[in-house]
Design a protein. Sequence first.
Length: 509
Amino acid sequence: MTVIISISNVTKRFPGVVALDGVSFDVLPGELHAVVGENGAGKSTLMKILSGVILDFEGELRLRGSPVRFTDSRDAERNGIRIIHQELNLVENLSAAANVFLGREKRSRWGLLDDRGMERATAELLEQLECHISPRQLVRSLRVGDQQMIEIAKALAVEADILIMDEPTSALTEAEVARLYRIIGRMRERGVTILYISHKLEEVFRLADCITVLRDGRHVQTLNRQETDARAITHLMVGREIEAMHLAKGRQPGAVVMEVRDLNLPWPGHARAWRLRNISFALRRGEILGIAGLMGAGRTELLECLFGASPEMPTGLVLIDGQPIRLAHPWEARAAGVALVTEDRKRLGLFANLSVGANVSICTLNRAASARLVSPRRERRLVGEMIRQLGVKTVGFETAITSLSGGNQQKAIIARWLLTKPKILLLDDPTRGVDVGAKAELYRLMDQLCREGLGIIVTSSELPELLTLCDRILVLCEGRLTAEFSGSEATEQAIMEAATRREVLHSEN
């Protein structure tokens, strides 16, 4: 069969880093070719080269047998290649329709913007995705999962015959993932070739024909999916075995550090009226408490309330170490010993224009100051110690935070908040977009912090993650608490049953 994409000895160097080192492999037409590897393995860099985002590289690309050098991403699109980026690339102040057609706007016969035409086309695309979002809705008002669907709709709007999907399910619920699988099936029926990057090996083995493994910027092996298994691929990715972990065993939670009583979060203008309703629970020192639930269940909203960052003022009572606390602003939460690592790392977690060191120190500059002036030496000492403790892999203090892999960016954000010496750490889907090796490192870090006495509340869209980490798991459905399980009682089936217990909720209303 004729090769549609041939990658030959592709090398890409950044200052101080070789992101790709002589990578070569072929992609056949109509196949779904998965590219896997740890964060920093070079997957996204390679996809940016293939899609015309990165132009300066060594080596050769051949498309349908002919050598190509794209001048920009539009040139790649003209050649039939479209990419869905891992990091959302949307304009928040524009509508869903305006984002889908950004740079390709439809115009009327008089040259004016055809807003209605773009809205109709966007509505059709979203209908294909079985996604109930208004084309007129501003992107900034959408949750991460819905924004991801807009990003996918952008790609579908250009009828490419080669589609690159970089972590397309990282922010989607199980139902949304199932919808995406159906869309992928339809595209494959039309003969579309798909390059698919994912850290979720279960979906790789469900979808892929071939799997290419990258490690440290080098091509390790390309295998037919039927010739291998997840354990072998994991070993190729990380160069070592990743042992199964059940981290909660042996922990001894201490006294209650946080108690939440009858927490309610209003939802003005919505038929349900409440984002959260009558939520009560306790968190102990040295305990990891998991929060499970489908998209829209209220997981993120709960953590935002506890951090004083919710858009509406919640009601109810929150006590820390037995003392009532008013959490109307994140500053109050931080002063009370609460820290939050947000779900959306790029938009809400990172200061993209600052260095690694500045990102870590930004909440604790007072500890590096003398007479209200920051001492660079103290700041480096403060940050350097925390970076070493957490194992953040970076060239140096002044390295751009955006040059780090997703897992190391997440560790840097956690380091920032640990410097504030919190009593309670809130982690909102902390391993989203993080590879299997970095996940294992983050799991060990959470377990270590927990055993040192920190109380941790963690949400996750991956149930096996909660089962691995947590001493207890609370389940939310439509803003209400529907179940609580100990680590020994919890199963995926029991959690899912509680997460979809709508008939109970409606009978209570």
